[in-house]
Design a binder for this molecule. Structure first.
Ligand code: SAH
Length: 210
């Protein structure tokens, strides 16, 4: 029998804190959310190893470190409304809901969105809205968002997503240029500042629904 609580604490210490995650609210959220419920039962005992795992439909649950680093770069506040593109397993959605005021999350593969919803309804989370559909155009109905986090690689940052950022807001996304890089976009009035952070590797953002 695996002690998930001990494994989870070790993941947070070795994969997050030791690698530079300092934001207490992010750390507390990773300590609270049961990652093993978001992975395939066949790999459940390894859920806290710090790696990514297949979640079906050629998609993966991302590494916890990259998720935590993206959240830390965004500087998410408890009053923020966040848009997430690529719900996937729903794990990051659960974490985001604990550090923000509300999370709106879009997933293009309907079966993944439904599976995420089933797990999320059985665990304590903050406020979450899920939608199955193409997230590349964002979710105008609930815009503007204080923060936007994109979990699939774009060839360039979508103007539609940037237009849904509140003034002072931030968007983080993997962007495939010559190489794939994590890029942070900050909205200051009409201007968008762009900061390239590090190389990364994500599944591609696809158009249409799956
Ligand atoms: N944060 C997720 C990572 C999922 S991988 C997790 O922790 O589980 C990225 C996800 O983005 C995949 O589920 C993929 O289906 C989804 N995706 C790709 N293109 C998309 C699009 N245009 N709109 C919405 N979701 C998309």
């Amino acid at each position: 029998m695996t002690d998930y609580g001990i494994a989870r604490r070790r993941m947070v210490e070795e994969q997050l804190v030791a690698r530079g995650i300092r934001d207490e609210r992010i750390i507390d959220a990773f300590l609270a959310v049961p990652r093993h419920l978001f992975v395939d039962p066949a790999v459940r005992s390894r859920a806290y190893d710090g790696c990514s795992f297949p979640i079906g439909y050629n998609q993966t649950i991302s590494q916890p470190f990259i998720q935590a680093a993206m959240m830390q770069h965004l500087g998410i506040k408890s009053t923020d409304r966040v848009l997430e593109i690529g719900t996937g397993s729903g794990y990051q959605t659960a974490i985001l809901s604990m550090i923000a005021r509300e999370v709106c999350s879009i997933e293009r593969i309907e079966a993944l969105s439904a599976a995420a919803e089933a797990v999320l309804k059985d665990i304590p989370t903050g406020r979450i809205r899920l939608r199955a559909g193409d997230g590349s155009a964002g979710w105008p109905y609930y815009a503007p968002f204080d923060k936007i986090i994109v979990s699939a690689a774009m060839s360039k940052c979508s103007e539609e997503l940037l237009s849904q950022l509140a003034d002072g807001g931030g968007l983080i996304a993997p962007v495939q240029d010559v190489e794939e890089q994590l890029v942070l976009y900050s909205k200051k009035g009409e201007a968008i500042e762009e900061l390239k952070l590090s190389r990364c590797s994500f599944v591609p953002l696809l158009k249409g629904v799956g």
